[in-house]
Design a protein around this ligand. Sequence first.
Ligand code: SF4
Length: 414
Amino acid sequence: MSDTTVKRVPIESQKRLRGLMRDYFVDLDAAAKDTDRRVAWCTSVGPTEILTAFGFDVFFPENHGALLGTRKVSHKLIPRAVGAGYCPETCSYMNSDIGASLNGWSPLQDIYGIDGPPAPDLLVYNTNQCREVQDWFKFFSTRHDASILGVRPPLYLGEVTDEHVTFVKGQLRELIGAIERQFELKLDEAKLEESVAKSSKACSLWREVLETARQRPAPLSFWDGLILMAPVILMRGSDMAIDFYEEMLAEMNQRLAGGVGAVPDERFRIYWEGMPVWPRIRELSEKFFDLRAVVAASTYCNSWAFADFEGGDPLEWMARTSLEIFINRDEVYKQQFLSERFDEFSIDGAIFHNARTCPNNTNSRFGMAQRVREEMGLPVLVLDGDLTDIRFFSTSQSMTNIEAFIEQLEAHRS
Ligand code: SF4
């Protein structure tokens, strides 16, 4: 139960987001039905700018997986994927998305009155986040009889070297060549540069939005960010995303000036490491609100805060940003990154989410939580759960653990 004596001040940008999302999905549906337009599916940190420059309308299945999670239906859909040969402990985004397709159902039908995910002409993945995306896209490539192409960069890097970047640039060039041949298209280099510049601009604005939470009280929390990050994924490379984050940044600055926090009277500042628990974000948000604890920063929301594009070769920027993302780095880099974030956001304690079906975006399995506790002296809680499959998340146990953790922070402070 939420504390009704203290009121949240809603973030106005959320209202604008609803209209933006509707326009995006309705237009995608129209693209799938228009023989003069082409739809591509892309992974969330995949080469969307190339697809946009070629004129594809781009759909992101991970967003659909997250939607199935927020609708609390994944556990009902996953058995269909298991029946088709997919392990129940593999990516629950993938399994629930496959299950939804096999059932011929999607929440997009109810929300936007459209047919569901748009049928793809092409699917493009990047294994910089995990290999699961390759198999996920392979399933849908077969199901829709559509072409599949991929980028496979070197993984788990400490330093990202020029050799790594050159190697991935080569793969991006091969991708461009394959699209040109298969679809009888010619890449317009100016359009690619424009798309990269717009992507970079939207990512920079998103980073600035997230960084407003360095201030006290933080004007937005991780829970707000989970909803408001949609345009930087789905509309990266477009003016819509830029306009949205420009206005949102102005709103955050207004909240800072007025002392309006996501959690009024915030007492503690928490870092969330790992995937969200999509089916329980409302309950978790209310719990932290009641405890006067703001989840001020996260690795997850920061995943799309790419470095700025400062001109030059757009493929260089794409290759470098796709290699530099947190999920594709080694343990030493990750711990150093977290340490800096804890300082920058004045973090009192960190929560590591051990997401059962996503080892790729879980960082508590090889001693990091322990090292953060011992080497940085920061209180740490590891929560067992999953990104969408609620069978792996005990709400009551987790809430009890969070309450005890906040008490620990209290003791640590005093
Ligand atoms: S990173 Fe994790 S959640 Fe995302 S697609 Fe890969 S396995 Fe699934």
